[in-house]
Design a protein around this ligand. Structure first.
Ligand code: CAA
Ligand code: NAP
Length: 247
């Protein structure tokens, strides 16, 4: 079998790095997609090489921009062939109570966290279906499942990710392409470390396991969803949140 290609957006962030490493360990060729304004790409690649991950491909582009997504996938395909696995992971927060939320904070989160799934998935889903095998993994959030005060924009986008996952899973179910979401709780990354310290402490106090998740715990779940053995799971949203919320 030829080496499978996994395309990961937001690859150089906290979850993205762990997902890339999990996929590299599984033997996939990893394409690490990063924001064009991210200026630590070379340092990230050096750090990965130091950790034994020497073969990551890289493409730059804004996931909120449809043309940029098309260009990233074209560039990746030219280097490594068509993508077998897509992880829609790039995301942002613009937290604010709704009474004070500005339209640009709403728009930024919806376009980066939700419209990006249209932009990226459009580039790969038909080709996966034609080939008869594919894996699309969308990163939602516990706060898309339960809602979170201060995150009406983010909760709406991440709930939208779940709806998108369920609908597309049905469309691709007979084509060998699975579409699933994971809904992480609070993971120790830059995104969570940006929460005010006292607020973060009060959030951790509500998590039954009383700790943040480790990024590699998300990487392991993506690894399973990408595997052949996960072939009967589609349309699912997997909650991985230390017991913070059950459906
Ligand atoms: N529920 C309801 N009301 C709340 C509340 C809550 N959980 N927390 C605060 N409030 C109320 C306060 O009582 C106060 O009310 P009054 O004005 O009537 O006194 C009001 O909200 C405070 O509003 P402010 O706009 O002044 O609040 P702020 O500017 O100090 O902070 C915030 C707003 C930035 C949203 C802050 O509350 C915050 O950071 N909250 C955490 C949000 C969060 O969980 N973000 C997760 C980011 S990480 C991530 O998103 C990853 C993931 O997927 C898990
Ligand atoms: P992170 O470390 O901030 O990583 C997010 C990555 O997305 C960064 O590399 C960022 O690049 C990139 N990105 C942001 N906007 C982009 C854009 N328009 N185009 C391309 N790339 C863009 O955060 P994280 O915690 O790993 O988050 C990864 C995903 O998990 C997000 O979708 C997030 O919502 C979700 N999630 C996180 C948690 C958590 O607790 N951490 C919980 C549930 C879900 P720059 O750094 O250059 O901006």
């Amino acid at each position: 079998m030829t080496q499978r290609v996994a395309f990961v957006t937001g690859a150089m962030g906290g979850l993205g790095t762990a997902i890339c490493q999990a996929f590299a360990k599984d033997g996939y060729k990893v394409v690490a997609a990063y924001h064009p304004e991210f200026d630590n790409k070379d340092a990230w690649l050096a750090e990965m090489a130091e950790a034994g991950f020497k073969d990551f491909g890289c493409v730059a582009g804004d996931v909120a921009d449809l043309a940029a997504c098309a260009a990233m996938v074209t560039e990746a395909e030219a280097a490594d062939g068509p993508d077998d696995i897509l992880v829609n992971n790039a995301g942002i927060t613009r937290d604010r109570m709704f009474a004070k939320m500005e339209k640009d904070q709403w728009d930024a989160v919806i376009s980066t966290n939700l419209t990006s799934l249209f932009n990226m998935t459009k580039q790969v889903s038909a080709k996966m279906a034609a080939k008869g095998w594919g894996r699309i993994i969308n990163i939602s959030s516990v706060n898309g499942v339960k809602g979170q005060a201060g995150q009406s924009n983010y909760s709406a986008a991440k709930a939208g990710v779940i709806g998108f996952t369920k609908a597309l899973a049905q469309e691709l179910a007979t084509k060998g392409v699975t579409v699933n979401a994971i809904a992480p709780g609070y993971v120790a990354t830059k995104m969570v470390m940006a929460i005010r310290e006292d607020i973060l402490k009060s959030i951790v106090d509500t998590i039954p396991m009383r700790r943040l998740a480790k990024p590699e715990e998300m990487g392991a779940l993506c690894s399973y969803l990408a595997s052949d053995l996960a072939g009967y799971m589609t349309g699912a949203t997997l909650n991985i949140n230390g017991g913070l919320h059950f459906q």
